[in-house]
Ligand binder design. Structure first.
Ligand SMILES: [Zn+2]
Length: 132
């Protein structure tokens, strides 16, 4: 004879097993995602609360924001833009240092690059500090 308690316990055990099974599927089913912005491939779960049914569009909030800014022409804060400006600045500094080594006067160098001679002397002083 099957009692209420027996069948109830069996049913609850089965439900617990299935719930664990769902948890495992949600946790373990991952896919490779290539971000259209940074081009990096990373693994993501198929089931995540914040992307819904459409799935992921960018790998991170950062990439989403950068892509949005780029689309809207606001690229001031993009990492690659910042790096580009930094590179240009460093190139300019190298040119200034080389001109100084070639014996040009601060004022001549400043005129050439459209900067103040204080800026030029600051760069020279920094370069000397880094050398020693
Ligand atoms: Zn990305």
């Amino acid at each position: 004879m099957k009692t209420y308690e027996d069948i109830r316990a069996k049913a609850e055990k089965e439900i617990a097993r299935l719930e664990q099974c769902i948890k495992d599927v949600k946790k373990n089913y991952t896919y490779d995602f290539k971000c259209p912005y940074c081009n990096e491939v990373s693994k993501f779960r198929v089931f995540t609360a914040n992307v819904g049914r459409i799935g992921r569009i960018y790998c991170s909030t950062k990439c989403r924001v950068y892509a949005f800014q780029e689309k809207n022409g606001d690229s001031r804060f993009l990492r690659k833009e910042i790096n580009k400006r930094k590179e240009e600045r460093n190139k300019k500094k190298d040119l200034i240092i080389n001109m100084r080594k070639d014996g040009f006067k601060l004022r001549e160098i400043a005129k050439q690059f459209g900067v103040t001679h204080q800026y030029v002397s600051q760069i020279i002083v920094e370069a000397k500090k880094n050398d020693s």
